[in-house]
Design a protein around this ligand. Structure first.
Ligand SMILES: [Zn+2]
Length: 238
């Protein structure tokens, strides 16, 4: 059997898609840097094999990885409305190591939210905080990134009294309880995140708008540090 491959390159400019990032260890938006397409058929010409070789770059961390997508016309199937489609096989290199814990798609872990809910009867009622976190998870799962920003902003404004402070900037400036990495996380939340959220919330319509991406609302580690410290402080109080 002889294969004759028809190889072509395709202009990748502006094309984006979601791929597993080996560095972020989850699916992220990638810009596509190069596309090589190969098409070959068996000698009788009845069965065609289609291959795409993609070089992609993670929009979040910049890591470059490779994707191989293949399909075969012999496997053509039909959607419910009768439109024909080709099932595609995807392989990504390097893959995400299954042994390394893969970040879940949740913004706030369910365990954290349960901890917050369980602390509901004391000096502070945590019902609103728990609901904000539940809604943040829903928005993140739903790719609703404006909603994510608004909810992160609401959480940040909501919790200062837990730390005996009147505003979040008092936490970043004067709260000594959480240690160094906690302070760094709070600076991140109080600085870039707050500015970004405020811009998203209050800006008036312009000639050109840039809507937020998944990577731009990626404040999960900081929110986790914040909620972890809220739980720690409220547990001591009881
Ligand atoms: Zn990445």
């Amino acid at each position: 059997m002889r294969h004759e491959a028809d190889i072509s390159t395709q202009d990748p400019s502006g094309i984006k898609d979601r791929f597993p990032c080996p560095e972020c260890r989850r699916e992220t938006t990638h810009s596509i840097l190069a596309i090589v397409n190969a098409r070959h058929s068996e000698e009788d010409g009845l069965v065609e094999f289609l291959e795409n070789y993609l070089t992609v770059r993670c929009e979040g961390c910049g890591t470059i990885s490779f994707s191989h997508v293949s399909a075969c016309t012999e496997e053509q199937d039909f959607m419910e409305d009768g439109t024909p489609y080709l099932p595609k096989r995807k392989k990504h290199y390097p893959g995400i190591d299954e042994n390394i814990s893969v970040l879940t798609e949740e913004f706030v872990s369910r365990a954290r939210i349960q901890e917050i809910e369980s602390l509901s009867k004391g000096e502070f009622d945590t019902a609103k905080l728990a609901q904000l976190l539940v809604e943040l998870n829903r928005a993140y799962e739903d790719d609703s990134y404006y909603s994510c920003l608004f909810l992160i902003r609401a959480v940040v404004d909501h919790i200062p009294p837990v730390f005996g402070k009147r505003s979040f900037s008092e936490i970043t400036d004067n709260y000594a309880g959480g240690g160094r990495s906690f302070r760094d996380s709070m600076k991140h939340l109080g600085g870039s995140c707050r500015k970004f959220a405020d811009g998203a919330l209050h800006s008036q319509i312009r000639e050109k708008e840039a809507v937020p991406t998944r990577e731009q609302v990626e404040f999960r580690a900081d929110i986790d540090a914040l909620i972890g410290e809220v739980v720690r402080v409220l547990k001591i109080e009881r």
